[in-house]
Structure formats: C-alpha cells, structure tokens
Design a protein around this ligand. Structure first.
Ligand code: ATP
Length: 356
C-alpha cells in the first residue's frame, strides 16, 4: 500500500523503534492520519499558511478533537534529509517545558512527512521586535521573554537526561502565546549529544547573524554556541535592530549587529545603539546589567561565555530585583545623557551584577 511505503520511507519504522524504547513518550506522541490533517487544514489551503521556513511550510489547522494546531509540511526532500524530520520528533517528544513548543505528533503516511505542534497564536519574537512598531514593547516584557527563553535553554542543556543543543536560536524561532509567554521552536537541526557524540559536523548550520564565530571556524558545536546565539537575541531586545541587516547605512550592514554592539560596549557608548523606547523607560541599571550579560554571551572565546544556567539565574535575579527604588547605579559611564542624572546614584543592591 502507498501509505505504508511513505510511512517506511519517511522514517516511520525508526521512529516507532525510538518511541517504543520510552513508554512515557509513546503515550504523548500521536501518529496522525493524513485524512485528519487534510481535513483540518481545508486541504492545505493557501489561506491557512502561517509561515514558510527552510524546512517547509507551516499551516494553521484544527484537529478532530477541536484543538488548534500548527502543521509543518516538509518540503520534498531526498531520503538522506528525512532524518532531520525524525530528529525533531525524537528530540521534542523527550522535552516537556512550558517555554518549549509542544509537539503533538506527526504524520508519516504522506509523500512528505508532517509535524503537528500546539498552535501558538501571537507570532514570533522577530515580528514583535522588528515589524510591530505600534506594539508597546515594555522593558518588563522584554526581560520576561529573555528569562523564559534562557530558562528553556538551560533546561535543554542540563536538566534532562540527555543534553540537547538547539543550534538555531534566533528571534524567529521564539513564538509567543496569547499571554506573550515565550515558546522556543524549530528543533530541526538540534542534536542531542547521544545522537552526535563528537559534535563535529561537516556542514556548518545555523543562521547568519546569530552564528557563533568559533563554531564557524572550527565546525565544533558546543553548548556555548547556543549561548552566543542567545546573546544576539538579547542584543535584539536591547536595540530593536536586525542581527544581519542588509539595509540601512554602510556601517549597519557592514558589521553584524553583535560586532557593532561589542564595539559600542568597549567604547562606553551603549546608549547610542539602544532602542529609544528602552531609554524612555528609565530602567538604565537593568539595561546595563542585560547589556553586560549579552557582552559575556558574545565573548569570542566560548569558554569565557557563561553557561545557559548562569544566564538564566542572572536574568531571574535582574527580574526579581527590578525595583528601581532598590537599585541605583552610575549610568554616565555608559554614555547616558547627563539630563537623566536624577535617577543616578550608587549601587545599593548589586546581587544581579554578579549573577549570584
Ligand atoms: N507552533 C506554531 N504555532 C504558530 N505558528 C507557528 C508555529 N510553528 C511555526 N509557526 C509559524 O511558521 C513560521 C515558519 O516556521 P519554521 O519553524 O518552519 O521556519 P522558520 O523558523 O521561520 O525558518 P527556518 O526553519 O528556515 O529556520 C514561523 O515563523 C511561525 O510564524
């Protein structure tokens, strides 16, 4: 039968094997029929398209139980690339975290395999930062999203039995739900270290602007490469600028955002690169703490970067001590306007600056 042929070709047997090795997982990951997904997306109607990525097209659909879902239909790929699809199923079915998008299951009996996720209604962080200027993107929301993503990555790196590296952290892979809770998505090129023990890859993967320069040179992906990419997301949250802008001034496009940010930090000119909305909100002490954290994440030497766990702790501490009455710092060293000096005194609660 043709369905069986596709199921086998799409890695269904490998998947069944992997999933049956884990009783808990098998209960969670459903195998959907082609019929249910076809019906739920109105025959993969163009007006149901949520977005298109490197791996395929994502459709909004309704499942037989009435729940909304995002259905990722892979591009036509040759058999060697099908592993990437199964990879995402195997990895995501081991993960259970409130800030990681939930995989509901997959469908392998069609010519191109499909993945079914919970539907996340508020688009991507990328859209919020760069395409939604009307949105009142408060500092506390930025801080909350950063802390949530860091928590999810810390969990993936260390809290589960087999560490998982995401390998493509960027603002367009961070989805936002109805309450603007962040959900990390797109695990297509992730690796759990049990699958790839050496982390030595022949082909450098990831996204321009977010890619760890050390990994780019050595092809050796480490947990610190995710830390670097997360650092770029922090800089996006601070500046509302694109990581690899092809438009704008020569200076903008010539140097990537991460590099420009590091130059500004070195020259004590942080204020000149910040999003004006961030400056307006008078939370300079927190901004400096986040900028310093981003600077550490972007260290060219991976070993010098903090772990995601450290990053998550620092962010939680900044959130907790985000009471301007308790924290005062001298901003003039980072090039803030002298006129803002009424909020400039000395540090009385430096816990977040040390990350402890
Ligand atoms: N669970 C989901 N709920 C709602 N929308 C989603 C969901 N997953 C993906 N999308 C939408 O589909 C788009 C494409 O997602 P996808 O992960 O395939 O690609 P990408 O991250 O944009 O690109 P690439 O795969 O090349 O890195 C996303 O930008 C998002 O708008």
């Amino acid at each position: 039968m043709i369905k069986e042929k596709f199921f086998k070709r799409n890695g269904g047997l490998i998947l069944q094997q992997q999933l049956s090795a884990d009783d808990i997982v098998i209960n969670k990951t459903r195998i959907f029929t082609a019929k249910e997904l076809d019906k739920g997306t109105d025959h993969f109607n163009e007006n149901r398209v949520l977005g298109r990525g490197g791996q395929g097209t994502v459709y909004k659909g309704m499942l037989a139980d009435g729940n909304l879902a995002a259905i990722k239909k892979s591009k036509k790929v040759d058999e060697s690339q099908l592993g990437q699809f199964i990879n995402e199923v195997v990895i995501l079915s081991q993960v259970n975290h409130r800030n990681v998008v939930k995989l509901l299951g997959c469908c392998l009996e069609t010519e191109v395999p499909m993945l079914v996720y919970e539907f996340i209604p508020n688009g991507t962080l990328d859209r919020l930062i760069h395409n939604d200027e009307e949105f009142p993107f408060t500092w506390s929301l930025r801080l909350k999203i950063a802390a949530e993503v860091a928590g999810a990555l810390a969990y993936l790196h260390s809290a589960i039995t087999i560490p998982i590296y995401h390998r493509d952290i960027k603002s367009s892979n961070i989805l936002l739900d109805e309450k603007y809770i962040a959900k990390v998505s797109d695990f297509g090129i992730s690796k759990s270290i049990s699958i790839d023990k050496t982390h030595l890859t022949t082909q450098v993967r990831g996204t321009f602007g977010y890619l760890d320069p050390e990994y780019f040179q050595s092809s050796q992906f480490t947990e610190k490469s995710d830390v670097y990419s997360f650092g770029v997301v922090l800089v996006e949250l601070l500046t509302r600028k694109k990581p690899a802008s092809l438009s704008g001034s020569f200076e903008d496009s010539h140097l990537g955002l991460a590099k420009r940010f590091l130059v500004m930090m070195d020259e004590n000119r942080l204020a000149s690169i910040l999003d004006p909305q961030v400056l307006d909100q008078r939370i300079e002490e927190e901004v400096i703490a986040i900028a310093e954290l981003a600077q550490r994440c972007l260290n060219l030497n991976g070993k010098e970067r903090p772990t995601m766990k450290e990053v998550a702790i620092v962010l939680e501490n900044i959130k907790l001590s985000a009471n301007p009455a308790n924290i005062q710092v001298n901003f003039e060293t980072q090039g803030f306007e002298k006129g803002e000096s009424e909020s400039v005194i000395s540090i009385t609660n430096p816990s977040w600056t040390t990350g402890r």
